[in-house]
Design a protein around this ligand. Structure first.
Ligand code: GUN
Length: 281
């Protein structure tokens, strides 16, 4: 059994991005820039935003931070997005989710210029992904694909089970696995007999936010277990895969933390570089 080292792969991706930026900017061009918008003071979101800023610094990306109060209106946020859309110095725009309840996240997602949509949440980018011609890859699913690639795990013809159907992870994850010719099943809260689906899967991507949902007796020997879940339970971070009971049966398994988590930000850096190349190069 191999424990997949997401921290190491994330560091490798960030180094690749940093090196490419160094070359691109050596002629005196401005650095790529990422605008991160945080509304309110959710502690988990503050941690994410801080980590994004650190990754930007490491890669040579200018990070611009916009903090709005938790009582900010939707029109206030849309106004800021419009300003960032028309600013030629801004390559990527990321609005940290979740948003306070007075703001409709889908209006916000739709307002971001698709060419600056480094989360790949805009309907145009979602559509392009499902048509097989993506411009930006959604960060977490793209991070999972990169982990599979780094560890030489073939997807073609494999039974892939995605547990969870969120717009951020489950649905785009299924699209990316399908694009690599996996045979993809998407399970969700209404799925009957998850256990038999899981036992038949060569690759499981668990992204349902239920700690320990995938247990050892549900897993085929040698299966690849990718855990996207992160839930705080009694102060500790727990994944959707029960690591202890699954590790002995799995061929590959991602830990929580230190598996998929660090990949999301690394892929965001890659998308910001891709946006910069569209705008500047
Ligand atoms: N909140 C949790 N994950 C994400 C993400 O990937 N992007 C944004 N914008 N917000 C998030």
């Amino acid at each position: 059994m191999t424990v997949i080292d997401g921290k190491a792969v994330s560091a490798k991706v960030k180094t690749e991005v940093a090196e490419e930026i160094k070359v691109l900017c050596s002629g005196g061009k401005r650095a790529p820039s990422l605008a991160v918008v945080l509304v309110g003071d959710d502690p988990a979101s503050q941690v994410y935003v801080r980590n994004k800023k650190k990754a930007c610094e490491l890669c040579g990306i200018t990070s611009l931070e916009y903090l709005l109060g938790g009582d900010a209106s939707e029109s206030e946020l849309l106004e800021l997005i419009n300003r960032l859309n028309s600013d030629p110095e801004v390559d990527g725009i990321l609005v940290q989710m979740p948003l306070p309840r007075q703001i409709d996240a889908s209006n916000v997602t739709k307002a971001i210029d698709p060419s600056k949509d480094v989360d790949a949440f805009h309907p145009e980018n979602v559509g392009k992904l499902f048509l097989g011609a993506p411009e930006f890859l959604p960060c977490t699913p793209a991070g999972v694909m990169r982990l599979l690639k780094e560890y030489g795990i073939e997807v073609c013809g494999k039974n892939c089970l995605v547990v969870g159907r969120s717009n951020i992870v489950g649905k785009p994850m299924a699209a990316l696995l399908l694009a690599e010719n996996g045979t993809v099943t998407v399970a969700h809260s209404k799925t009957k007999d998850l256990k038999s689906l899981a036992q038949n899967a060569d690759i499981i991507v668990a992204a349902c936010g239920r700690p320990g949902m995938i247990a050892g007796d549900m897993v085929k020997p040698g299966a690849v277990l990718i855990d996207v879940g992160i839930t705080r339970v009694d102060g500790a971070l727990k994944g959707d895969v029960d690591f202890d009971s699954c590790a002995e049966k799995a061929g590959f398994i991602t830990p929580v933390p230190g598996g998929v988590g660090p990949m999301t930000i690394a892929m965001l850096m890659k998308n910001t570089l891709a946006a910069y190349k569209k705008h500047v190069c």
